[in-house]
Design a protein around this ligand. Sequence first.
Ligand SMILES: NC(=O)c1ccc[n+]([C@@H]2O[C@H](COP(=O)([O-])OP(=O)(O)OC[C@H]3O[C@@H](n4cnc5c(N)ncnc54)[C@H](OP(=O)(O)O)[C@@H]3O)[C@@H](O)[C@H]2O)c1
Length: 316
Amino acid sequence: MNTNKFGTQGWTPDRIKDLSGKTFVITGTTSGTGFEAAKILLSKGAKVVMLNRNLKKSQDTIATLKHELGNAIDVTNIQMDLAVLASVRKAAEEVLKTVPQIDALMCNAAIAQVPKQNFTVDGFESQLGVNHYGNFLLQAILYPRIEASKGRIVVVGSMGYNLGIKTIQFDDMNWDKNYSPNSVYSQSKLAQIMCVYELQDRLKKTGKTTVKAYACHPGASSTSLIKTSGSLLTRFIWQIMKLTPMVQSAEKGSYPELMCATEPDLDQEGFYGPTGKNYWTGPVGECKLEPHAKDKPVAEKLWKVSEKATGLEWNL
Ligand SMILES: NC(=O)c1ccc[n+]([C@@H]2O[C@H](COP(=O)([O-])OP(=O)(O)OC[C@H]3O[C@@H](n4cnc5c(N)ncnc54)[C@H](OP(=O)(O)O)[C@@H]3O)[C@@H](O)[C@H]2O)c1
Protein backbone atom coordinates (compact mmCIF):
# COMPACT_ATOMS: atom_id res chain seq x y z
CA MET A 1 0.00 0.00 0.00
CA ASN A 2 1.29 3.46 -0.89
CA THR A 3 1.68 5.50 2.28
CA ASN A 4 3.14 8.60 0.67
CA LYS A 5 0.65 11.39 1.37
CA PHE A 6 1.57 12.97 -1.98
CA GLY A 7 0.69 9.85 -4.00
CA THR A 8 2.82 7.29 -5.83
CA GLN A 9 4.99 9.96 -7.51
CA GLY A 10 5.66 11.57 -4.15
CA TRP A 11 6.04 15.33 -3.73
CA THR A 12 6.96 17.19 -6.92
CA PRO A 13 7.32 20.93 -7.63
CA ASP A 14 3.99 20.85 -9.55
CA ARG A 15 2.49 21.39 -6.12
CA ILE A 16 4.15 24.80 -5.76
CA LYS A 17 1.69 27.62 -6.43
CA ASP A 18 2.66 31.04 -7.76
CA LEU A 19 5.41 32.43 -5.52
CA SER A 20 5.16 36.08 -6.55
CA GLY A 21 5.86 38.28 -3.53
CA LYS A 22 7.76 35.53 -1.66
CA THR A 23 11.47 35.67 -0.87
CA PHE A 24 13.80 32.71 -0.41
CA VAL A 25 17.34 33.04 0.92
CA ILE A 26 19.45 30.04 -0.03
CA THR A 27 23.06 29.04 0.57
CA GLY A 28 25.19 27.33 -2.08
CA THR A 29 23.47 27.79 -5.43
CA THR A 30 26.47 27.64 -7.76
CA SER A 31 25.83 23.96 -8.45
CA GLY A 32 23.86 20.89 -7.45
CA THR A 33 20.62 20.91 -5.52
CA GLY A 34 20.97 24.58 -4.55
CA PHE A 35 21.14 25.66 -8.18
CA GLU A 36 18.13 23.50 -9.11
CA ALA A 37 16.12 24.73 -6.11
CA ALA A 38 16.86 28.37 -6.95
CA LYS A 39 15.86 27.78 -10.57
CA ILE A 40 12.53 26.19 -9.64
CA LEU A 41 11.71 28.93 -7.11
CA LEU A 42 12.50 31.62 -9.68
CA SER A 43 10.44 29.83 -12.34
CA LYS A 44 7.47 30.09 -9.92
CA GLY A 45 7.92 33.86 -9.60
CA ALA A 46 9.82 34.03 -6.29
CA LYS A 47 12.59 36.44 -5.37
CA VAL A 48 15.80 34.51 -4.60
CA VAL A 49 18.73 35.82 -2.59
CA MET A 50 21.72 33.53 -3.02
CA LEU A 51 24.51 33.35 -0.46
CA ASN A 52 27.59 32.01 -2.21
CA ARG A 53 31.29 32.17 -1.41
CA ASN A 54 32.58 32.57 -4.96
CA LEU A 55 31.57 35.83 -6.65
CA LYS A 56 32.60 34.81 -10.15
CA LYS A 57 30.67 31.53 -9.92
CA SER A 58 27.69 33.46 -8.55
CA GLN A 59 27.73 35.90 -11.46
CA ASP A 60 27.91 32.97 -13.87
CA THR A 61 24.99 31.33 -12.02
CA ILE A 62 22.89 34.47 -12.36
CA ALA A 63 23.78 34.69 -16.07
CA THR A 64 22.78 31.03 -16.58
CA LEU A 65 19.50 31.49 -14.70
CA LYS A 66 18.66 34.61 -16.73
CA HIS A 67 19.56 32.81 -19.94
CA GLU A 68 17.23 29.93 -19.01
CA LEU A 69 14.37 31.85 -17.36
CA GLY A 70 14.58 35.36 -18.84
CA ASN A 71 15.96 38.67 -17.59
CA ALA A 72 12.87 39.50 -15.53
CA ILE A 73 13.75 37.04 -12.75
CA ASP A 74 14.52 38.58 -9.35
CA VAL A 75 17.81 37.02 -8.25
CA THR A 76 20.75 38.53 -6.39
CA ASN A 77 23.86 37.30 -4.60
CA ILE A 78 25.43 38.29 -1.33
CA GLN A 79 28.94 36.96 -0.86
CA MET A 80 29.30 34.60 2.10
CA ASP A 81 31.89 32.01 3.03
CA LEU A 82 30.52 29.58 5.59
CA ALA A 83 34.09 28.68 6.56
CA VAL A 84 34.58 32.20 7.96
CA LEU A 85 32.23 33.28 10.77
CA ALA A 86 33.04 36.95 10.14
CA SER A 87 31.90 36.47 6.54
CA VAL A 88 28.65 34.83 7.72
CA ARG A 89 28.04 37.76 10.09
CA LYS A 90 28.72 40.32 7.36
CA ALA A 91 26.50 38.57 4.83
CA ALA A 92 23.69 38.12 7.34
CA GLU A 93 23.85 41.83 8.28
CA GLU A 94 23.63 42.66 4.59
CA VAL A 95 20.57 40.42 4.28
CA LEU A 96 18.95 42.17 7.25
CA LYS A 97 19.63 45.54 5.62
CA THR A 98 18.42 44.67 2.13
CA VAL A 99 15.90 41.83 2.40
CA PRO A 100 12.74 42.94 4.23
CA GLN A 101 11.05 39.55 4.24
CA ILE A 102 12.32 35.96 4.39
CA ASP A 103 9.70 33.32 3.62
CA ALA A 104 12.32 30.60 3.90
CA LEU A 105 16.00 30.41 4.70
CA MET A 106 17.31 27.30 2.98
CA CYS A 107 20.60 26.07 4.45
CA ASN A 108 21.76 24.00 1.53
CA ALA A 109 25.52 24.61 1.14
CA ALA A 110 28.01 22.06 2.43
CA ILE A 111 31.27 20.30 1.84
CA ALA A 112 31.77 16.55 2.15
CA GLN A 113 34.33 13.82 2.59
CA VAL A 114 37.26 16.19 3.13
CA PRO A 115 40.17 13.69 3.00
CA LYS A 116 42.44 15.23 5.66
CA GLN A 117 41.68 17.16 8.84
CA ASN A 118 41.43 20.76 7.80
CA PHE A 119 40.39 23.88 9.72
CA THR A 120 38.21 26.88 9.08
CA VAL A 121 39.76 30.29 9.87
CA ASP A 122 37.96 30.15 13.22
CA GLY A 123 39.76 26.90 14.07
CA PHE A 124 36.91 24.43 13.57
CA GLU A 125 37.31 21.13 11.74
CA SER A 126 36.21 22.15 8.25
CA GLN A 127 33.13 19.95 7.74
CA LEU A 128 31.68 20.78 11.17
CA GLY A 129 32.67 24.42 10.70
CA VAL A 130 31.13 24.91 7.25
CA ASN A 131 28.16 22.55 7.40
CA HIS A 132 27.05 23.09 10.97
CA TYR A 133 28.54 26.17 12.67
CA GLY A 134 28.35 28.39 9.57
CA ASN A 135 24.74 27.55 8.78
CA PHE A 136 23.81 27.64 12.52
CA LEU A 137 25.16 31.18 12.93
CA LEU A 138 23.40 32.31 9.75
CA GLN A 139 20.09 30.97 11.10
CA ALA A 140 20.62 32.68 14.46
CA ILE A 141 21.28 36.11 12.93
CA LEU A 142 18.46 35.90 10.41
CA TYR A 143 16.01 34.40 12.92
CA PRO A 144 14.33 37.72 13.92
CA ARG A 145 13.61 38.54 10.25
CA ILE A 146 12.30 35.01 9.65
CA GLU A 147 10.10 35.31 12.74
CA ALA A 148 8.76 38.68 11.58
CA SER A 149 8.03 37.12 8.19
CA LYS A 150 6.33 34.04 9.71
CA GLY A 151 8.87 32.16 7.65
CA ARG A 152 10.66 28.84 7.67
CA ILE A 153 14.14 27.50 8.25
CA VAL A 154 15.01 24.55 6.06
CA VAL A 155 18.15 22.53 6.70
CA VAL A 156 19.53 20.14 4.12
CA GLY A 157 20.96 17.19 5.99
CA SER A 158 22.04 13.81 4.69
CA MET A 159 21.35 10.15 5.27
CA GLY A 160 24.97 10.26 6.44
CA TYR A 161 23.52 11.31 9.83
CA ASN A 162 22.89 7.59 10.31
CA LEU A 163 26.50 6.55 9.65
CA GLY A 164 29.61 7.15 11.74
CA ILE A 165 29.33 7.31 15.53
CA LYS A 166 25.67 8.44 15.50
CA THR A 167 26.26 11.05 18.17
CA ILE A 168 28.36 14.14 18.78
CA GLN A 169 31.95 13.67 19.87
CA PHE A 170 31.85 16.44 22.47
CA ASP A 171 35.25 15.62 23.98
CA ASP A 172 37.00 16.11 20.62
CA MET A 173 34.81 18.16 18.28
CA ASN A 174 37.72 18.65 15.85
CA TRP A 175 38.48 14.93 15.70
CA ASP A 176 42.16 15.43 16.52
CA LYS A 177 42.51 11.81 17.64
CA ASN A 178 40.48 9.88 15.09
CA TYR A 179 39.81 12.00 11.97
CA SER A 180 37.97 10.13 9.24
CA PRO A 181 36.38 11.95 6.26
CA ASN A 182 33.12 10.02 6.40
CA SER A 183 32.55 9.95 10.17
CA VAL A 184 33.22 13.65 10.45
CA TYR A 185 30.88 14.48 7.55
CA SER A 186 28.25 12.25 9.19
CA GLN A 187 28.64 14.08 12.48
CA SER A 188 28.32 17.49 10.79
CA LYS A 189 25.07 16.46 9.07
CA LEU A 190 23.75 14.88 12.29
CA ALA A 191 24.55 18.13 14.12
CA GLN A 192 22.61 20.11 11.50
CA ILE A 193 19.57 17.85 11.78
CA MET A 194 19.62 17.68 15.59
CA CYS A 195 19.55 21.46 15.84
CA VAL A 196 16.42 21.63 13.67
CA TYR A 197 14.45 19.45 16.09
CA GLU A 198 15.99 21.30 19.07
CA LEU A 199 14.94 24.60 17.46
CA GLN A 200 11.39 23.26 17.08
CA ASP A 201 11.32 22.44 20.81
CA ARG A 202 12.63 25.89 21.70
CA LEU A 203 10.10 27.58 19.44
CA LYS A 204 7.28 25.58 21.03
CA LYS A 205 8.52 26.40 24.54
CA THR A 206 8.59 30.13 23.82
CA GLY A 207 5.24 30.06 22.01
CA LYS A 208 6.84 31.24 18.75
CA THR A 209 4.88 28.81 16.67
CA THR A 210 4.58 30.91 13.52
CA VAL A 211 8.17 30.01 12.58
CA LYS A 212 8.63 26.53 11.17
CA ALA A 213 11.85 24.52 10.97
CA TYR A 214 12.37 21.51 8.74
CA ALA A 215 15.06 18.89 8.15
CA CYS A 216 15.42 17.08 4.84
CA HIS A 217 18.01 15.32 2.69
CA PRO A 218 18.52 14.94 -1.08
CA GLY A 219 19.21 11.19 -1.17
CA ALA A 220 22.04 10.37 -3.56
CA SER A 221 22.09 13.08 -6.19
CA SER A 222 24.40 13.82 -9.08
CA THR A 223 25.97 17.11 -7.94
CA SER A 224 29.45 18.59 -7.50
CA LEU A 225 29.64 17.66 -3.80
CA ILE A 226 32.29 14.93 -3.86
CA LYS A 227 34.08 16.55 -6.82
CA THR A 228 34.57 19.75 -4.80
CA SER A 229 35.93 18.35 -1.56
CA GLY A 230 36.43 14.55 -1.70
CA SER A 231 39.64 12.54 -2.21
CA LEU A 232 40.64 11.19 -5.61
CA LEU A 233 39.42 7.69 -4.71
CA THR A 234 36.05 8.91 -3.36
CA ARG A 235 35.62 11.06 -6.46
CA PHE A 236 36.35 8.07 -8.70
CA ILE A 237 33.87 5.79 -6.88
CA TRP A 238 31.22 8.53 -6.90
CA GLN A 239 31.74 9.13 -10.66
CA ILE A 240 31.00 5.43 -11.32
CA MET A 241 27.99 5.44 -9.00
CA LYS A 242 26.57 8.48 -10.77
CA LEU A 243 26.28 6.35 -13.92
CA THR A 244 23.97 3.89 -12.15
CA PRO A 245 20.31 4.19 -11.17
CA MET A 246 21.43 4.34 -7.54
CA VAL A 247 21.98 8.07 -8.05
CA GLN A 248 19.29 10.53 -9.15
CA SER A 249 19.50 13.93 -10.85
CA ALA A 250 20.42 17.09 -8.93
CA GLU A 251 17.00 18.44 -9.86
CA LYS A 252 15.25 15.57 -8.05
CA GLY A 253 17.66 16.10 -5.16
CA SER A 254 16.29 19.62 -4.79
CA TYR A 255 12.68 18.49 -4.29
CA PRO A 256 12.88 17.75 -0.54
CA GLU A 257 14.22 21.21 0.31
CA LEU A 258 11.68 22.81 -2.02
CA MET A 259 8.91 20.83 -0.36
CA CYS A 260 10.05 21.95 3.09
CA ALA A 261 10.29 25.58 1.94
CA THR A 262 6.89 25.77 0.24
CA GLU A 263 4.45 22.97 1.09
CA PRO A 264 1.65 24.29 3.32
CA ASP A 265 0.91 22.38 6.54
CA LEU A 266 3.93 20.09 6.34
CA ASP A 267 4.49 18.32 9.67
CA GLN A 268 7.74 19.61 11.17
CA GLU A 269 8.36 16.39 13.07
CA GLY A 270 9.18 14.56 9.84
CA PHE A 271 12.48 14.05 8.01
CA TYR A 272 11.95 14.46 4.29
CA GLY A 273 13.70 13.02 1.26
CA PRO A 274 13.47 10.33 -1.41
CA THR A 275 11.71 7.28 0.00
CA GLY A 276 13.07 4.50 -2.28
CA LYS A 277 15.84 1.99 -1.51
CA ASN A 278 18.19 3.25 1.24
CA TYR A 279 16.38 6.59 0.85
CA TRP A 280 18.79 7.37 -2.00
CA THR A 281 16.24 7.84 -4.81
CA GLY A 282 12.49 7.52 -5.32
CA PRO A 283 9.33 9.48 -4.58
CA VAL A 284 9.85 12.31 -2.15
CA GLY A 285 8.06 11.97 1.17
CA GLU A 286 8.70 11.28 4.82
CA CYS A 287 11.69 9.07 5.73
CA LYS A 288 12.17 7.20 8.97
CA LEU A 289 14.38 9.16 11.35
CA GLU A 290 16.47 7.12 13.77
CA PRO A 291 16.08 8.07 17.45
CA HIS A 292 19.68 9.26 17.90
CA ALA A 293 18.81 12.32 15.75
CA LYS A 294 16.35 13.40 18.46
CA ASP A 295 18.47 12.49 21.48
CA LYS A 296 17.37 15.37 23.71
CA PRO A 297 20.34 15.62 26.13
CA VAL A 298 22.79 15.52 23.21
CA ALA A 299 20.76 18.10 21.26
CA GLU A 300 20.58 20.50 24.23
CA LYS A 301 24.31 20.22 24.81
CA LEU A 302 25.04 20.63 21.09
CA TRP A 303 22.91 23.78 20.96
CA LYS A 304 24.90 25.31 23.85
CA VAL A 305 28.23 24.24 22.33
CA SER A 306 27.17 25.72 18.97
CA GLU A 307 26.08 29.03 20.50
CA LYS A 308 29.41 29.24 22.33
CA ALA A 309 31.42 28.32 19.22
CA THR A 310 29.63 30.88 17.02
CA GLY A 311 29.57 33.53 19.75
CA LEU A 312 25.86 34.24 19.45
CA GLU A 313 22.90 33.26 21.56
CA TRP A 314 19.63 32.88 19.67
CA ASN A 315 17.09 35.58 20.43
CA LEU A 316 14.35 33.13 21.42
N1 LIG B 1 24.70 15.10 -3.58
C1 LIG B 1 24.35 14.17 -2.70
O1 LIG B 1 24.22 12.99 -3.02
C2 LIG B 1 24.10 14.56 -1.28
C3 LIG B 1 23.81 13.55 -0.36
C4 LIG B 1 23.51 13.90 0.95
C5 LIG B 1 23.47 15.23 1.32
N2 LIG B 1 23.76 16.20 0.40
C6 LIG B 1 23.66 17.60 0.83
O2 LIG B 1 23.05 18.38 -0.17
C7 LIG B 1 23.45 19.75 -0.03
C8 LIG B 1 23.80 20.34 -1.37
O3 LIG B 1 24.96 19.73 -1.86
P1 LIG B 1 25.14 19.29 -3.38
O4 LIG B 1 25.13 17.83 -3.40
O5 LIG B 1 24.23 20.05 -4.26
O6 LIG B 1 26.67 19.73 -3.60
P2 LIG B 1 27.37 20.82 -4.53
O7 LIG B 1 26.93 20.67 -5.95
O8 LIG B 1 28.82 20.68 -4.24
O9 LIG B 1 26.84 22.21 -3.95
C9 LIG B 1 27.32 22.67 -2.73
C10 LIG B 1 27.18 24.17 -2.69
O10 LIG B 1 27.69 24.62 -1.44
C11 LIG B 1 28.61 25.68 -1.67
N3 LIG B 1 29.63 25.79 -0.62
C12 LIG B 1 30.57 24.90 -0.28
N4 LIG B 1 31.36 25.40 0.68
C13 LIG B 1 30.89 26.65 0.96
C14 LIG B 1 31.30 27.68 1.84
N5 LIG B 1 32.38 27.55 2.63
N6 LIG B 1 30.59 28.82 1.87
C15 LIG B 1 29.51 28.99 1.06
N7 LIG B 1 29.10 28.06 0.18
C16 LIG B 1 29.79 26.91 0.12
C17 LIG B 1 29.23 25.34 -3.00
O11 LIG B 1 29.86 26.50 -3.53
P3 LIG B 1 31.20 26.46 -4.46
O12 LIG B 1 30.72 26.40 -5.87
O13 LIG B 1 31.88 27.74 -4.12
O14 LIG B 1 31.97 25.23 -4.09
C18 LIG B 1 27.99 24.89 -3.78
O15 LIG B 1 27.28 26.01 -4.24
C19 LIG B 1 24.59 19.72 1.00
O16 LIG B 1 24.07 20.13 2.24
C20 LIG B 1 25.00 18.27 1.07
O17 LIG B 1 25.55 17.91 2.31
C21 LIG B 1 24.08 15.89 -0.88
